[in-house]
Design a protein around this ligand. Sequence first.
Ligand code: ATP
Ligand code: LTN
Length: 350
Amino acid sequence: MISHPVSGRLPVPRRAATYHSAMTRVFSGVQPTGALHLGNYLGAFRQWVAGQRESDCYFCVVDLHSLTVEHEPGELAALTLDTAACFLAAGLEPDLVTLFVQSHVHEHAEMAWLLECNVSFGELSRMTQFKEKAAGRGAVKAGLFTYPALMAADILLYDTDRVPVGDDQRQHLELTRDVAMRFNNRYGETFVVPEAAVPEAAARVMDLQAPTQKMSKSEGSPLGRIDLLDGPEEVTQKIRRAVTDTDGEVSYDPDRKPGVSNLLEIMSAVTGEPVAEVASRYQQYGSLKADLAEALVEMLQPVRKRYELYSSDPGEMANLLEQGADKAAAVASKTLARAKEAMGLLGRTA
Ligand code: ATP
Ligand code: LTN
């Protein structure tokens, strides 16, 4: 065996940090845990759609992640297809992006194990999403704890440059970067170190009924969440009933006035106006709510239309996801092989 002349260890191959074409590589994912909502749309989907022409995009329904909390086996497959249909409904074009299902590409689970062996118990213990989701649960699944390693695997497998996500995912992205850099230092250049892309406005849309908590698919009341597929009446009702406060003054102050500030921020994200300007246009909650409901109905109308189109043909959707998985696997298998070799695992000869 040839060992390193100084350290006595085997030589580690050094590689350049570019593994794909000049186009920026984008990766992001959503769990099939329920109906998609306005937070997913403003925090994630809108950025995905905006970048789909100039970047090489991989978008994934991360079904393995959804197993980390209690789920209904009889509903998961349909929910997975439905989540993919919502990607297209949000405006992604099937000819421009690669859409696939995480469990169709086995490299994700395998890479997750390699990364679990490069992340510490202490780091995982500090993740706020873990602490929040574990709180109050009797039996916390080990997968909920190691979730960030699987997420890092998703991202690093595709030599990703940019990860468009909502604000709640910043900490996971930081961990992904740390793990990638640590791995590269220890085993030689293997991974591209990705960056988070978080939108300026509405990076964290809050629950309309409990505005100190984020709007979520799996937590909170249905009234606190605007679903992507809500019709005009539901949208108007939910905005009208959104919690504000009793002082009646329209101003942006998330700490003192979380309810109104949330509405102002949503309005700012929808219209593209700075939040201070939106706030200065209104004297009363009623008129702000009426205009916001109207703006949301208009924004969501084409989404509902496209959803009808794509969800009417689950066979076609399944075909698209098959093709996506083939394309994704071709990239993922190369990165996984690189990581295994770098860690010193014995390769197969045939
Ligand atoms: P769950 O309730 O099951 O945890 P979720 O609603 O938080 O689900 P995810 O599938 O975890 O949704 O997230 C998908 C994407 O949507 C991520 O990029 C996430 O940052 C973003 N996102 C989720 N909720 C919000 C929100 N309230 N505001 C802005 N972005 C959000
Ligand atoms: N943890 C993310 C979902 C997710 C993800 C990813 C997002 C899993 N893997 C990779 C971006 C990139 C969440 O939103 N809860």
